[in-house]
Design a protein around this ligand. Structure first.
Ligand SMILES: C=CC1=C(C)/C(=C/C2=NC(=C\c3[nH]c(/C=C4\NC(=O)C(C)=C4C=C)c(C)c3CCC(=O)O)/C(CCC(=O)O)=C2C)NC1=O
Length: 212
């Protein structure tokens, strides 16, 4: 039998070296700056305590929840063949499991990024990049949480347990084909991802200052 050449997958993976690379490169400085904030560094700290971890969960919940609502609203209004599974509810579940209850006033939820008429589809895709991409750290973070405070995905560590690599690949493929079909939307996705990194950073700085 003559083996079939996988013409399509080759094309897809060739394309995926394009826009996603650019998106990563052009948001790198905002990304690095976010990684320097207290909640980001704390999760991975060898000195993490359970109390500290609860604060981190509250911070991520406060940042992610309004962004997730905006993405959901946009995808409902602008039908796209794009699945979005929010995960700030996992942070609530983790907090409840570890402390018995969830206090909605622990931190203010922050003001969601204001945009008249909500997020356009390319803006929502930019936000999703930041939220979905952050799941890529899941394996590393889970290992660390188990080591420092004995928290595993099923006993308080579900928020940071990460996603499936297939989901990330599907999201990447969506972005690639979207940017190819609507090149004018590519810049909007990148700008939206940048402002999302900046917004989360601002929120993290605000809640960790107040908490010092
Ligand atoms: C503190 C938690 C926290 C940690 C410790 C963490 C670790 C990692 N994040 C990674 C990648 C990304 N992370 C983000 C977004 C955030 N990263 C952050 O740190 C915060 C806070 C973000 C957004 C909320 C994005 C958009 C990408 C995709 C970049 C791309 O490939 O385009 C990888 C790399 C994985 C690989 O390359 O195999 C690791 C190890 N992620 C976290 O949320």
């Amino acid at each position: 039998m003559t083996p079939q050449l996988p013409a399509e997958p080759v094309e897809v993976s060739f394309a995926s070296a394009g826009f996603m690379k650019r998106l990563k490169a052009e948001t790198q400085s905002q990304h690095q700056s976010l990684e320097q904030t207290e909640p980001s560094r704390r999760v991975m700290s060898p000195a993490l305590s359970r109390e500290g971890y609860l604060e981190v969960l509250y911070a991520f919940h406060g940042a992610f929840s309004p962004l997730e609502s905006q993405v959901r609203e946009s995808l409902d209004k602008n039908p796209a063949n794009l699945e979005f599974v929010p995960r700030s509810n996992l942070a609530i579940a983790d907090i409840k499991q570890l402390s018995g209850s969830f206090n909605p006033d622990y931190f203010s939820q922050g003001d969601a990024i204001e945009r008249q008429g909500g997020l356009s589809l390319p803006e929502a895709v930019g936000v999703m990049y930041v939220l979905e991409g952050s799941k890529l750290g899941g394996k590393v973070i889970s290992r660390q949480l188990a080591k420092t405070i004995g928290v595993e995905p099923q006993n308080g560590g579900s928020f940071f347990s990460g996603g499936k690599i297939e989901e990330w690949k599907t999201f990447q493929a969506y972005c690639e084909s979207y940017a190819q079909k609507r090149p004018e939307a590519a810049d909007t996705i990148i700008e939206s991802a940048k402002s999302t990194f900046r917004w989360i950073e601002g929120y993290f700085l605000q809640v960790s200052r107040r908490n010092r």
